[in-house]
Design a protein around this ligand. Sequence first.
Ligand SMILES: Nc1ncnc2c1ncn2[C@@H]1O[C@H](COP(=O)(O)OP(=O)(O)OP(=O)(O)O)[C@@H](O)[C@H]1O
Ligand SMILES: [Mg+2]
Length: 331
Amino acid sequence: MTSGLWQGAYLEVHGLTKQFRSTIAVNNLSFAAPPGSVTGFLGPNGAGKTTTLRMMLGLIRPTAGTATVGSVPFTNIADPARAVGAVLDSLSLHPKRTALGHLKVYAAAIGVPDTRAREVLGLVGLAEVANRRAGTFSLGMRQRLALATAVLGDPPVLILDEPANGLDPEGIAWLRDFLRSYAKRGGTVLISSHILREVEQTVDNVVIISRGSLVYQGALDALRGANRSRILVAASSPFGLANALVAKGITDAHMVPDGRLAVAGLTKEQIDSVARSAGIEVFGTALDSVDLEHVFLQLTSGQFAAQHAPPPQTYSPPPGYYHGPTDGVPR
Ligand SMILES: Nc1ncnc2c1ncn2[C@@H]1O[C@H](COP(=O)(O)OP(=O)(O)OP(=O)(O)O)[C@@H](O)[C@H]1O
Ligand SMILES: [Mg+2]
């Protein structure tokens, strides 16, 4: 079924904006998802992901801006089911129709042979339940059937809204392999999620939005690199050290449960130097690997902007944190 011309296209969004009465759901958003890769479209609940995808697919009209597939607006594509496969809302299924029956209806609608319906059931791992009524399917099976429906026309572009929802860990691993091989064939895959960890192993690039606006776009590896690993510092007075760092404009320092201070953005030598000038002894340091979820939360919670604001004058330990005679540092 795969044609020799099968290859993905750039998905591009320029200045996309959607206002619902007083709510600006998407605000002047621009990004691109390249072919041959999986792009994660990330943001917390309510960030504007579904609204953006709906505009890209021509399901709702943008207040401003454009979205194109290979430079063509989606609504102008002659044979959309063969160009773009999309899964947005949960699939509307006739509960009494079998999985195969459901797919055959769609296959007829887009003009692909019935044999393709069986083929895609195999692709999504539902071959064994081909003749079961879809009304008896679990959420994960419905997700797979939705995906099978989206790929019926063998489209080189896939747009999926929260495809990992309802999948168990094995299902998530299967989805990852499925999407990675799609991209490896040259396809363009854009998947949304509100959980970076859920798609971390699947995506090459990320587009992160918060409150309708872009906060980061680039390779996932670059996001890791841009947010250097933290250094965990055991010091005679972690609070004193935190205050000394804040006084130098370093606000990304916080206590971890074992009483050490986690500091980002400074080398071990720089931390030693700040500690020395504050009369604080450093007992030891250790490199901590990047917690991407922490980075994601920082980017989307408004703390990112706060990092560029003037630093607060004092450091407050997290509520309930123990700071007894030794400041909690094991000696
Ligand atoms: N039809 C609508 N009318 C009014 N407001 C809407 C409409 N659709 C979405 N919104 C608002 O737009 C904002 C973005 O919603 P959207 O569903 O795009 O977010 P999302 O990133 O997909 O969130 P989630 O992770 O929960 O799916 C929200 O504030 C939402 O309430
Ligand atoms: Mg959504």
